[in-house]
Design a protein around this ligand. Structure first.
Ligand code: NAG
Ligand code: NAG
Ligand code: NAG
Ligand code: NAG
Ligand code: NAG
Ligand code: NAG
Ligand code: NAG
Ligand code: NAG
Ligand code: NAG
Ligand code: NAG
Ligand code: NAG
Ligand code: NAG
Length: 822
């Protein structure tokens, strides 16, 4: 019915046109086009024949002056049906984009003649049939045409050669056969032509399967991708004429012959950025003139039959990021000059016949993330500067002839995710950790002991995976475990990526140097796979003493694990354990509980209760504005911190490192002070070490830290607490860096309060909603706590009592005592 009306309208449109404003042609055309579509999601609901202003319709754009439709974008709307003739009425259309729908039918030849069409994108549909020969016969305005990912067949029409303005033509992923019409070399504007996965029968038609020489006439071409076709023969000399070419991908063909030397002639060489010749049958040497490719970023000649040496000229490529020479027959040594490639990120040389040492020059490639040298015949030791490559993520040195010991600074490679050194003759200098059950002196029957050991073993491998940086431990542990009793748990060990290394194959003894896990409460049964822990996503944060990760115990409980990064400064095992046992006894509602620890001479992990809701710093400074802490919540946090610290001081423990990132908030909003007393793990509470470790605590540090003659007491915590109080109430950092000024919070508050400008001392987000009768005394208390002279500061016990007095009786019952202060 509707269609009849439409047909009538269209047929009668000659008459209509003479009487109505001409844009009705657009309405008619669009409505007629819509009538030929199925629109299951009603995306074109706004397209109504009653509305004669199509400019507001979905997907329609009009020229702002003439109000004629000039762009139609209906991509990915699940439309099916035909690309109908209604579109032919849109005489001012410039862009027609109908990609990623379900349109069927054949390509109508008149489409290219629509008024002034420049961009036609029909990619990602189900169009079939051939491209009609007339399609391109009048295509003067066309600049970009894509039929990619359809089911078009037949040949590319010769008329393509008349599209003199054509810049891009994409026919990839169709069933087109035959050859490119030779006339397209007249198309001087052509920048890209993509026939990937089309032209499957190309070589049959051409007889030779060679790239036609005239491609070299397309001098404006910037990108030529002939990959994954069946081209064979030599790489044509004429490609050297493509002097604008930035990317050349000839990968996955059957090209033979040498890497052509014209590729390294000026000016071709100066523009080329990407050269992918991988997976062909090229042989011969890699030209030593490689260095002239001054813009080269990506170079892949993997999987050919190249021999000779790795060119020293790689070091001249200042822009190069990726070099893949793997799976060839290269021999000789890796040139030290490679260090000149300062931008190098990926170096793949695996599966060649390289010998000699890993060059020390490689240490200069400081951006290196991926290094694969496996399956060669490299000898010598790992260069000493190797650990300086701090961005390394993936290192495969396996199956070589490397000797010597692993530099222990490798532990510094914090990004490392994969490190394979198996099938070499490397050895480790570290003691071999084994797993001790802290209750092992208890007599348990053998079946339950086995059970227990199995669990602990798993736990350790998981724990150790956290110390991925300290990879050697992983190696040792994994190996030790493999050799003892973990064969049945290959899944756990497999994810540790280290194997082989027969040197580690000793059985455990009672050697006191072995690693040790102690849990103060509960069990350390980690279910999350080691790989999950390696995931950066599990990292909660890091501070002066280490990196913190989160993991899950088998009973579903989460714990936070801190990997200490101050190993070299840690006390002896005996003292370390004594300190931790003291800290392990501390249990208070407002303190983060220490649940256990793991010790080896080079790796120490602390296992803490996991507190879910982030830290105080995030709550104050990072939260979205709308969700800031209320006055009540802030008061509660202050009181909680005070109680926690008072308890610590009762136990004669000084925190030393108070700051808002060390105060965690649990799910009920309660403050839990963490990271207490880690300074005691250091050999001496050395002021220098302390201040360097807790530099981030700038602004919280009591002034006596700077004064060698004043003894540091628990009053230094009171100072930090005072600053925290002011931070919580003002919502400002202890030290704020302005454009050309530094504002110290304590000074700012002291000044403002002195002048009676109370409101300035309260977070703007609280201005409509805080209790002045609580706020003013709390601010004053904060200032007293942050006194310069330690003896002027109250004890934390007193602070708790004062806070309880300040707290209004109505608190928490929402009883309308709130008022606004001017
Ligand atoms: C495309 O249309 C066909 C039939 O017209 C239908 O079976 C198919 O599910 C549609 N596909 C999508 C992605 O809409
Ligand atoms: C593409 O067309 C061929 C015939 O030309 C047909 O056999 C095939 O099923 C079509 N494929 C799709 C996905 O429509
Ligand atoms: C051609 O189209 C395909 C499929 O949409 C796309 O992946 C490819 O990048 C396009 N080629 C060019 C040169 O834009
Ligand atoms: C070259 O083409 C191959 C196959 O199509 C593709 O896998 C590879 O990523 C391309 N190389 C570059 C550098 O884009
Ligand atoms: C180099 O090409 C090979 C084969 O085409 C491919 O497997 C490899 O991933 C490529 N290398 C890089 C670094 O992209
Ligand atoms: C590399 O191999 C070639 C033969 O393929 C040989 O002539 C040359 O001496 C070898 N070079 C080295 C350094 O082994
Ligand atoms: C590596 O860097 C050092 C210092 O910058 C320099 O002396 C040396 O020549 C460089 N080595 C290479 C191979 O570029
Ligand atoms: C590896 O290199 C050593 C010399 O360092 C040589 O004796 C040995 O034959 C080489 N092995 C292979 C498989 O090339
Ligand atoms: C590695 O880094 C350290 C400290 O940054 C430096 O002293 C050393 O010279 C570097 N080693 C090499 C080989 O570059
Ligand atoms: C590696 O870490 C140690 C401390 O563990 C440090 O002394 C050393 O300077 C670091 N080396 C480099 C190269 O960063
Ligand atoms: C070790 O034994 C103590 C008491 O004997 C017990 O409280 C604790 O939970 C045990 N720890 C483990 C990890 O079994
Ligand atoms: C490490 O390298 C060896 C030898 O190349 C290989 O067999 C093993 O699968 C590699 N390990 C991993 C985890 O990839």
């Amino acid at each position: 019915m509707l269609l009849n009306v439409l047909v009538f309208l269209v047929l009668g449109s000659v008459a209509v046109k003479s009487q109505q404003p001409s844009f009705n042609d657009d309405v008619l055309g669009l409505i007629f086009f819509k009538a030929g579509l199925q629109d299951p999601n009603a995306k074109l609901q706004s397209w109504s024949e009653d509305d004669n202003d199509p400019c507001n319709w979905v997907g329609v754009k009009c020229d702002p002056i003439t109000y004629r439709v000039n762009e139609l974008h209906l991509d990915g709307l699940s439309l099916s049906g035909h690309v109908g003739r209604g579109l032919l009425r849109l005489q001012f259309l410039k862009v027609l984009s109908l990609s990623n729908n379900n349109l069927t039918g054949t390509v109508i030849s008149e489409l290219s003649r629509i008024g002034s069409l420049q961009v036609l994108d029909l990619s990602g549909n189900a169009l079939y049939g051939t491209i009609p020969d007339e399609f391109f016969s009048q295509c003067g305005s066309l600049k970009s045409v894509s039929f990619a990912r359809n089911n078009l067949s037949g040949q590319i029409p010769d008329s393509l050669s008349s599209c003199w303005g054509l810049e891009e033509f994409n026919l990839s992923y169709n069933q087109i056969k035959g050859q490119l019409p030779s006339g397209i070399w007249f198309l001087r504007s052509l920048q890209s032509i993509d026939v990937y996965d089309s032209l499957g029968g190309f070589h049959r038609i051409l007889g030779a399967g060679q790239v036609p020489a005239w491609i070299g006439e397309l001098v404006a071409l910037e990108s030529l991708d002939l990959s994954a076709n069946r081209f064979y023969g030599r790489i044509p000399f004429s490609l050297g004429n493509l002097q604008s070419l930035k990317e050349l991908n000839l990968s996955m063909n059957r090209f033979i012959g040498k890497v052509p030397s014209w590729m390294f002639s000026v000016p071709f060489a100066q523009v080329l950025q990407v050269l992918d010749l991988s997976s062909n049958g090229l042989y011969g040497e890699i030209p030593s003139k490689l260095g002239v490719l001054s813009s080269l970023v990506f170079f892949n000649v993997s999987r050919n039959w190249l021999f000779g040496s790795v060119p020293t000229a790689i070091g001249e490529l200042k822009a190069i990021q990726v070099v893949d020479l793997s799976d060839n027959m290269l021999n000789g040594s890796i040139p030290s000059e490679i260090g000149g490639a300062v931008s190098l990120e990926v170096l793949m040389l695996q599966r060649n016949f390289l010998s000699g040492k890993i060059p020390t020059g490689i240490v200069n490639c400081s951006s290196l993330t991926t290094l694969s040298l496996s399956e060669n015949n490299l000898s010598g030791s790992i260069p000493t500067g190797f650990p300086n490559l701090s961005n390394l993520e993936y290192v495969d040195l396996s199956s070589n002839d490397l000797t010597g010991s692993l530099p222990k600074e490798l532990a510094n490679l914090s990004q490392l995710m994969f490190f394979n050194i198996s099938h070499n003759h490397l050895h480790a200098v570290h003691p071999k950790p084994i797993v001790l059950n802290p209750n092992s002196s208890d007599s348990i029957n053998s079946s339950s002991r086995n059970h227990h050991r199995k669990k602990i073993v798993l736990s350790i491998s998981t724990l150790i995976a956290i110390g991925a940086a300290a990879f050697i431990i992983i190696g040792v542990i994994a190996i030790t475990l493999l050799n003892i009793h973990v064969r049945s748990m290959s899944h756990a060990a497999a994810s540790l990526m280290l194997s082989g290394a027969e040197d580690f194959g000793c059985s455990p003894t009672n050697d006191p140097k072995y690693g040790k896990l102690v849990m103060f409460a509960g069990d350390a049964d980690f279910v999350a796979g080691a790989s999950a822990l390696l995931n950066k996503d599990c990292e909660l944060g890091h501070g002066g003493f280490g990196v913190v990760y989160r993991t899950i115990l088998r009973d579903g409980r989460a714990v936070a694990i801190k990997k200490l990064t101050v190993s070299s400064l840690i006390k002896s095992q005996l003292e370390f354990e004594r300190e931790l046992r003291t800290l392990g006894k501390i249990r208070h509602h407002n303190l983060v509980a220490l649940e256990g620890y793991y010790w080896t001479p080079s790796l120490q992990l602390l296992i803490y209760e996991f507190v879910p809701s982030g830290n105080l710093y995030q709550h104050i400074h990072d939260g979205p504005d709308g969700s800031s802490l209320s006055w009540q919540q802030r008061f509660n946090i202050i009181l909680g911190m005070a109680k926690g610290l008072a308890y610590l001081h009762q136990m004669n423990i000084i925190h030393y490192n108070l700051k808002s990132t060390n105060v965690l908030i649990d799910s009920s909003g309660e403050a839990k002070v963490g990271d207490y007393s880690l300074a005691r793990l250091l050999p001496t509470v050395d002021r220098c070490v302390l201040s360097s470790k807790i530099q981030s605590a700038l602004g919280y540090m009591a002034p006596e830290f700077a004064c060698k003659t004043v003894k540091i007491t628990e009053k230094c915590d009171v100072y930090g607490f005072g600053v925290l109080v002011l931070e919580v109430i003002t919502g400002k950092r202890p030290v704020e860096y302005m454009e050309d000024d530094v504002v110290v919070l304590t000074d700012m508050v002291r000044g403002a309060l002195g002048n009676g400008r109370v409101k300035e001392c309260v977070d703007g987000r609280l201005w409509n909603n805080f209790l002045a009768e609580e706020a003013i005394p709390v601010i004053k208390l904060g200032l007293i706590c942050a006194s310069q002279v330690p003896s002027n500061r109250p004890d934390m016990d007193e602070v708790v009592n004062i806070l309880k007095l300040i707290q209004c009786p109505s608190d928490g019952n929402g009883n309308g005592k709130e008022e606004v202060v001017d």
